[in-house]
Design a protein around this ligand. Structure first.
Ligand code: HMG
Ligand code: MG
Length: 298
């Protein structure tokens, strides 16, 4: 077993992964306020929005407006999702200095999500990584469907390893391994991480669990025990991918921070402020928070 991390960096994906899955268009002002509030909680990475095609994800058509307006604090990174060079250029035009590209371990999901095969999607990243290298922009990489695909079913581990390894080799500084539909269980999550960590240094790996079946905290713990020290989560447990049938929210950031801090693992996050922000967001969305910790505390 690898040494368990003493500190964990939480990558807050609520403003992007969370809001992209909301049916009703949320005003840009609400998105901006959400990010500004999150910036006060001690988070160091807040994924702000996504420069994908507005025809595919109308909810985030205001990406440029939102990114331009948010307060940018020293010491906090505000990465944005980009699917292609056009997205990269749009993100750069408003000053983004960190982007995230995304592919999947399953062909069927990749086709539905970005209308491309895995190889095609990775070819699209090459010009992004070239430009990013010249621009001094950091590039994170996501691999989706690492524990199962809504269209294909089982996803062989070798496919996860192959895509993660390629994306890391081409220059992504960190690879986030996504259980897009929240289908995995801890032993599988551990085996998956172990297999990828055989090829990509564990320091360059993050995990991203959707909580569709209530397994996200357990899966994250299994990966923590394998030595991972970067975990994606979303305030109030918002999230889901509009092109992944049956995917629900990410593990709630409040619950993740509660677990980690309770285990003596430092996150640098003020949980009270995070809970407050999550409750504010759930009010804006007109439904109860999915964070169990927030519910227990109120
Ligand atoms: P396409 O239709 O094949 O693209 O979509 P295209 O190149 O043929 O372009 C079609 C139109 O879109 C053109 O406009 C382009 O200009 C425009 P038209 O000529 O028809 O007026 N276009 C763009 N506009 C703005 N920004 C852009 C852009 N690109 C093209 N960047 C494409 C291909 C990749 C664009 C599309 O499939 C897409 O945007 N997909 C994104 C889907 C998405 O956002 N999914 C959710 C994020 S992934 C996720 O949630 C998983 C994750 O959380 C991890 C996990 O949980 O596993 C990360
Ligand atoms: Mg996701």
């Amino acid at each position: 077993m690898s040494t368990q991390a003493q500190t964990v960096r939480i990558v807050e994906v609520g403003p992007r992964d969370g809001l992209q899955n909301e049916k009703t268009i949320i005003p840009a002002a609400t998105k901006i306020e959400l990010i500004n509030r999150l910036s006060q909680t001690g988070l160091r990475t807040i994924e702000a929005t996504s420069f994908v095609s507005p025809k595919w994800v109308p909810q985030l058509a205001d990406a440029a407006e939102v990114f331009s307006a948010i307060e940018k604090h020293a010491g906090i990174s505000y990465p944005v999702l980009v699917p292609n060079e056009q997205g990269y250029d749009r993100a750069r035009a408003v000053g983004a200095v960190e982007v995230a590209v995304f592919s999947a371990a399953s062909e069927a999901f990749n086709q539905k999500n970005i209308n491309a095969s895995i190889d095609e999607s990775i070819e699209r990243f090459a010009p992004i990584l070239d430009k990013a290298g010249n621009d001094g922009v950091r590039v994170r990489g996501y691999v989706s469907t690492v524990l199962g695909c809504p269209y294909q079913g089982d996803v062989p581990l070798r496919d996860v390893v192959r895509v993660a390894t390629r994306m890391h080799a081409m220059g992504c500084y960190e690879i986030s391994l996504g259980d897009t539909i929240g289908i995995g269980t801890p032993r599988k999550a551990r085996e998956m991480l172990r297999a990828v960590a055989g090829e990509v240094p564990i320091e360059a790996l993050a995990v991203h669990f959707h909580d569709t079946r209530g397994q996200a905290l357990a899966n994250a713990l299994a990966c923590l025990e394998e030595g991972v020290s970067v975990i994606d989560s979303a305030v109030s447990g918002v999230g889901g991918c509009p092109y992944a049938k049956g995917a629900t929210g990410n593990v709630a950031s409040e619950d993740m921070v509660y677990m980690l801090e309770g285990m003596g693992i430092a996150t640098g996050i003020d949980i009270e402020k995070l809970i407050e922000t999550g409750l504010w967001l759930s009010q804006q969305l007109g439904r109860q928070t999915a964070s169990r910790v927030a519910r227990a505390g109120t």
